[in-house]
Design a protein around this ligand. Structure first.
Ligand code: VGL
Ligand code: ZN
Length: 226
């Protein structure tokens, strides 16, 4: 059986980390040592993704009128720009990961020199895009990154996902990796959520999708002797 693993490190950017991030995830920066250990392993492809929004992005509460423009609290219905029949309910956020700002940078502690590709996502102001593969619309899909192409071109069999945030971009990236046909592993220890209370439900979704959550050491054991 062939085994050609890829590592996908999701959105380990200043805005998702304490102490200054506008959308800081609790302990977000604490996962970097585990990520660096993963980056030292012989994965066939190592990728870092970046949330990379224009200032007028639809997910920013600041781009909507009051009273339904409270970051974290307000929801908004996004209509597929290519199909008025398809809608998605989405959460509004503080401005974050704006192209060209410090908040959009990968954290400097991350060993980026070991990464083969940086994949940017979320550039289309009209749609939210948690997954590093594509936006959530299907009929039709609006925006795709180059991630699927890279993984398929390399003949990848297994995708290991880690990073931020466990309940948003990591989750949707892992679910899409599975949909793309890869065996998919989430390195739970090397993620942190926006809402810790949401994680039992996330784990149920993983179970349904046949995605395994593993420890960092388990990932090390699987990949180290390649
Ligand atoms: C993310 C909220 C908004 C993430 C991105 O990377 O998980 N969360 N944009
Ligand atoms: Zn975002």
């Amino acid at each position: 059986m062939t085994f050609k693993p890829a590592l996908v490190i999701v959105d380990v950017q200043e805005d998702f980390c304490p102490p200054h991030g506008s959308l800081a995830v609790q302990e977000g920066r604490d996962i970097v040592p585990a990520l660096n250990e993963l980056l030292s392993l012989p994965f066939a492809v190592k990728i870092a993704t970046k949330d990379f929004h224009p200032p007028d992005h639809i997910s920013f509460a600041s781009n909507h009128p009051p009273p339904d423009n409270k970051p974290f609290a307000s929801m908004y219905t996004i209509t597929n720009p290519l199909n008025p029949e398809e809608t998605q309910q989405t959460r509004l956020w503080p401005d974050h990961c704006v192209q060209g700002t410090k908040g959009a940078e990968l954290v400097p502690e991350l060993h980026v020199s070991k990464v083969h590709h940086i994949v940017e996502k979320g550039q289309d102001k009209r749609v939210e895009m948690y997954s590093a593969f594509a936006d959530p619309f299907t009929n039709p899909n609006v925006s795709r990154s180059k991630l699927a192409q890279i993984l398929h071109d390399e003949g990848i069999t297994d995708v290991y996902v880690a990073g931020l945030a466990a309940d948003y971009c990591v989750k949707f990236t892992a679910l899409d990796a599975r949909k793309e046909g890869f065996r998919t592993w989430v390195v739970g220890e090397a993620t942190r959520p926006v809402d810790p209370g949401s994680m039992p439900e996330v784990h149920q979704e993983y179970q349904k999708a046949k995605i395994s959550v593993i420890d960092k050491d388990e990932a090390v054991r699987m990949v180290k002797d390649l």
